[in-house]
Each structure stands twice: as C-alpha cells, then as structure tokens.
Design a protein around this ligand. Structure first.
Ligand code: NDP
Length: 464
C-alpha cells in the first residue's frame, strides 16, 4: 500500500504545470493536476497565444496599404472587434482542451478546482473540500498583472487579463509601462485603428534591450502615429460623466481616453495557497524561493515558472518543468539553464534578440567589435514603406565569440530562435563569416557584415 495517494500533485495548469504532470504521468507516476481557472495558463488563455493572434489582426491595414505597390487594388475594408474576440476564444478553447487532454492521455488525473496546501504532503481540493496526500508537490501557479493601488482612480484601469475581451474596441487608449506588454499592445491597438498613447516613466522604452533597437523601434512607432511620452507617469485617473477617462500625468499633461491599460509587470500567485503551513518560503516580492533545482524550502515541494519570478517566459517554465522531472523522478539532478535566452517582442516592427546588449557587453568585455546594418527590407521596396530593418552583432574582440545578436524588423523573432543556437554554442564571428548566405533574405546580413561598424574599448566607442 503506497504511503501517499499520489506520487505528484501539481497545482496550476499552465505551461510548466501541464508539462511536468504530463511527463511524470507518462513515466507511470500517479499524478494529479489541479487548475482553478482554465487549462493552458496565462500563455494560452490571456498571454502569448491570443496576443500573437491580435498582432496578426492589427497588421492587416499595413498589408492593405503595401499591396498597392505590388499592383493590387484593395477595396474598402472594415474591422469587427467582436469577430476577432470570438474567433480568438474558439482557438484558445481548442488549445485549452488539448492541454487538458495531454495530461489525461498520459495517464494523469485533472481536477478543475483551486488546491491549497494543508501541510507538506496534504492538499485540500477546494471545490469539494476533500483532502489528498502526495509524495511530491509542484507549485506552478504562475503570476498575474501587478495592480497599482497607489494610483488614485486605478479601479478604472484595465490589465492584460481584461484587454483581450473588452466589450468594445476603444476609440482612444492610454497604456502605461514600457515593457513587453505595453509595447506590444500599443502596436496592436494602433494597428486596429485606436488612437494610442504609451506613457513610460523611463528615458526609453524596453529598458532591458539594446539601446539601438529601443531607439529605432520608438522612432518607427512614432512615425506610424503612436504617441510615446517618456519620463511620464499617471498621477490620477478619473471617470467623466460621459464614461470617458481623464488621466493626469506628472508632467502636467492630461489625456482623455476610453481605456487605460496598466502593464507594469507581474506578481507571483502565492497568496492563500497554504504555503506557510507547508514551510515554503517566499521572497519580498511574494515569489516562491527555490534552489538551483527548483526545490523550495520544503524538500518535497518544488516550484517552476512565473511563481518563482526567475525569468517570466513560457519556454523557461517548460524547461524548468523538464529539469524538475529529471531531478525528482529520474535520479538525474538537473539545474535549469537560464543563460543566453533568446526572446522576441511582438512589436511592429518586431524585435528578436539573444545575448548581451552592447551596453551590458561593454561592462563585461574590455574590447568589443560592433557589426551593425540598417537597411530597407526588400518587401518594402515596392510597397514604398520607409521602415528600416536593423541588425547588430556584438562580438567579444578578444575571444571572437558573438555575445549578442539584435534584430528589429519583419520575422525578427524567427531569426532570434536560430541565432539562439549559434550564441548558445558560443560560435565566433569567423563561424558566422564562413556560413553561406541565403539569398535574397534579410537574414543574410547576419553572415555578410565583414567589417566592424565601430569598436568599443573599455566602454568607450571608437572608430573601426
Ligand atoms: P515588464 O517587466 O516587461 O515591464 C514592466 C514595465 O512597467 C517597465 O517598463 C517598468 O518600468 C514599468 N513599471 C513598473 N512599475 C511601474 C509603476 N509603478 N509605474 C509606472 N511604470 C511602472 O512587464 P510586463 O508587464 O510588460 O510583462 C510581464 C512579463 O511577461 C515580462 O517581463 C515578460 O517576461 C513576459 N512577457 C513576455 C512576452 C514575450 O515574450 N513576447 C510578451 C508579454 C509578456 P522600468 O523599465 O522603469 O522598470
């Protein structure tokens, strides 16, 4: 008779939780996964997936404009928000069912309920009040958009959870924040015809990225018609009699909009989970503290994904889940590798990036060679669109290793995925140089930048 009801209890049915449950169940472990909302988690239900669908929707006006240069006459067009929302819903429901089925088909059990810890091995299923026991427990409850209670009128604002299902497309929106979500949604709403203002407290949007990309994206977004207000924060949001919102900024400026979207980071979901009762330690931000193997301060309880506040990206949560399985169930202790993670911002134009920004690289390496190309992508020649594509390689001149690769332009995310392999393998600039170009592509620039554009020595920029 086993000591516990289950070998593994997973709390949270997002990317990390589902992966761990599915793989453990397929190994023959007795696994149960509890999810209180919808299977698929933030990524599938109100994050990456619907976001990308909305990005596609928002790109059609530019496609229609660009068609003229290629000889097409596109008739009158119109956009229906409700159709997009309904079709998005259909697609995420399909994916949601697949996520659940993946666990069920692997032999795991799924429960639609909130689950909380009673002690280190006991879990309460809140939907029916019963308790079960498990040998190992995985916390994969993710995060949620950070709210802004200090902002008077914050109750009138929305977050990324609500933005996908607004009853109507606003005429004007203000978006606060300068990170992934703020920038992506500024482009989405602008593309859908909404008057869009991005309000950011810092000196340039996307603080964690290469400055060249940040500046060029900023300029391009403004050329498209998106207003970007830097060094700005909202101080008060009030609702007018006509239902519109009035936002006062620290700069003295005020805006009248239909919606205010706050995209100011995310908070781990750790409240009221019984973590204290189980002896699971949290950090100051409320995230679960884990060791290098994703083990919490209670040695049979583990945590992966956004709830640990390490790197808030879907593939990272999945990778952490796979490492957890190796460690907890395969006798092969494996630490997740968080180094050199490629990432994309689905702005318009898109950003794809991997490795160190020029500024970060300059702090770590004495001598850098910077290879930079800025050009009009071929597809914009006949369309007449003036947008430039930017590509940049940051090379450690002493070892010749390419330590950063940064792209702004069409399909940058796709390119970042492949560049991720090259940078992870620590390939040198000479490896790039002896790789044959694929012609005609934009990506060929990455292997044909033979001469450095400039050097950086001890943090100082010098001519090549
Ligand atoms: P980010 O951490 O990317 O950005 C948060 C932004 O809000 C920053 O610009 C920050 O400014 C600003 N900010 C923070 N607090 C305040 C405040 N009190 N007042 C005004 N501004 C504030 O978070 P997001 O919410 O955009 O996204 C959450 C996470 O989700 C991302 O970090 C990313 O990991 C993930 N994500 C990934 C995507 C992708 O892979 N394409 C897409 C969407 C999300 P400052 O820079 O000055 O700190």
């Amino acid at each position: 008779m086993p000591q516990y009801d289950y070998d593994l209890f997973v709390i949270g049915g997002g990317s990390g939780g589902v992966r761990a449950a599915r793989v453990a169940a397929a190994m023959g472990k007795r696994v149960v996964l509890a999810e209180e909302f919808r299977f698929g988690g933030t990524c599938v239900i109100r994050g990456c997936v619907p976001k990308k669908l909305y990005v596609y929707a928002s790109q059609f006006p530019e496609h229609f404009e660009d068609a003229a240069g290629y000889g097409w006459t596109v008739g009158e067009s119109s956009f229906d928000w409700k159709t997009l929302v309904a079709n998005k819903e259909r697609e995420i429901s399909r994916l949601e069912a697949i996520y659940k089925r993946n666990v069920d088909n692997s032999g795991g059990e799924t429960i639609h309920s909130r689950a909380t810890l009673v002690d280190r091995h006991t879990i309460r299923i809140e939907a029916d009040g019963r308790t079960v026991t498990a040998d190992q427990i995985l916390i994969a409850t993710g995060g949620r958009p950070s709210t802004h209670p200090a902002l008077p009128g914050h109750e009138h604002c929305i977050y990324s959870n609500e933005v996908f299902d607004l009853p109507e497309l606003p005429t004007a929106i203000m978006i606060e924040g300068g990170g992934y979500i703020a920038v992506e949604f500024a482009n989405i709403f602008h593309g859908l015809g909404v008057e869009t203002t991005l309000v950011y407290r810092g000196k340039e949007i996307l603080s964690r990225f290469d400055m060249d990309l940040r500046r060029t994206l900023h300029e391009t977004m403004e050329q498209k018609g998106i207003k970007i207000l830097l060094h700005s924060v909202s101080q008060e949001v009030s609702k007018r009699d006509d239902g519109r919102l009035e936002v006062k900024l620290n700069t003295g400026r005020s805006l009248t909009v239909d919606q205010v979207l706050l995209a100011i980071g995310r908070t781990p979901n750790t409240e009221n989970l019984g973590l204290e009762a189980a002896g699971v330690e949290l950090d100051k931000a409320g995230a679960v503290v884990v060791d290098a193997y994703s083990r919490t301060s209670a040695d049979n309880i583990w945590a992966v994904g956004d709830v640990t506040n390490r790197v808030q990206l879907t593939p990272v949560a999945i990778h952490e889940a796979m490492c957890f399985i190796e460690t907890a169930f395969k006798g092969n202790p494996t630490t997740p590798d968080h180094d050199t993670i490629p990432t994309a911002v689905f702005s318009q134009p898109e950003i794809g990036t991997v490795g160190l920004s020029e500024d970060e690289a300059a702090k770590r390496h004495k001598n850098l060679e910077i290879y930079r190309a800025s050009f009009r992508p071929m597809r914009h020649t006949l369309s007449g669109r003036q947008e430039k594509m930017l590509m940049k390689l940051v090379v450690d001149a002493d070892t010749r290793i390419v330590v950063g690769a940064h792209i702004l332009g069409p399909d940058a995310g796709e390119m970042a995925q492949l560049l991720g392999i090259a940078l992870k393998a620590r390939l040198t600039k000479e490896d790039f140089d002896r790789t044959m170009a694929v012609h005609p592509t934009a990506a060929e620039e990455l292997v044909t930048m033979y001469k450095p554009s400039y050097l950086v020595k001890d943090g100082i920029r010098l001519d090549a």
